[in-house]
Design a protein around this ligand. Structure first.
Ligand SMILES: *[C@@H]1O[C@H](CO)[C@@H](O)[C@H](O)[C@H]1NC(C)=O
Length: 215
């Protein structure tokens, strides 16, 4: 019996590691109850009878994000945090604004594949495959073009025009998560030891210190 439990445990664990995507819903909806103290994978459900249309709605995605920052882009995310009704449904949405030549820097979503469509302007987009190939798959997108960034892979976008650009992206998680590479590696709190980054990036200590000072 104990042996069986261990086997079941190992199987469940390997399944979790292999599948980082959201679980499928077991009911029509599970609108997030913002006051709940219950901790679970996702958010606790509100009583179905008190669910309203506003739980499934968000307004304001027509408003451009403020791109006055170091990278020249802004992501406005509409996830289960903004729409309680998205809880357990495995999907979310983002509007991305780009200043002329602005970038959405290399980042990864640990829990979501992303499908992006260009609404205005032109973007250079790309993602890098995992080791050992680390192949860059990139393309220039124009208005109306669509591109997919597979779950977990490092990807980026750059506005390659003199005007503003805007894209809308769908993501296959209610809470996709973002790991911005530069911030995570050079701006962790506390810092990753300089000697580790010196060896990992094969550059001088001063370069690592400079990178760390920027994040
Ligand atoms: C945009 O962000 C910049 C930098 O934080 C700020 O100075 C500026 O007032 C913001 N613009 C608007 C319209 O909110």
């Amino acid at each position: 019996m104990a042996k069986l439990m261990v086997l079941v445990g190992v199987f469940a664990l390997s399944f979790c590691v292999a599948m980082a995507a959201d679980q499928s819903a077991l009911q029509d909806f599970c609108v997030a109850e913002s006051n709940s103290q219950v901790l679970l994978n996702g958010l606790a459900c509100k009583k179905a009878s008190s669910v309203e249309a506003s739980d499934f709605s968000f307004s304001g995605l027509h408003i451009a994000g403020n791109t006055s920052n170091a990278v020249g882009s802004r992501v406005t995310l509409v996830s289960a945090t903004q729409i309680p009704g998205l809880n357990t449904l495995g999907i979310s949405l983002a509007r991305i604004d780009y200043a002329p030549w602005g970038i959405n820097p290399p980042h990864a979503h640990p829990r979501a594949t992303e499908i992006l469509t260009v609404i205005e302007g032109s973007l250079e987009v790309g993602f890098v495959t995992s080791n050992p190939d680390n192949r860059l798959i990139s393309k220039i997108l124009n208005k109306g073009d669509v591109f997919v960034f597979p779950i977990g892979l490092i990807h980026y976008q750059k506005n390659v025009g003199n005007g503003n650009a805007m894209a809308i992206a769908g993501l296959s998680s209610q809470n996709p998560g973002v790991i911005t590479i530069a911030n995570a590696v050079f701006g962790s709190k506390p810092d990753i030891s300089t000697d580790i980054l010196v060896r990992a990036f094969q550059v001088d200590k001063n370069i690592i210190s400079e990178m760390q000072s920027k994040f």
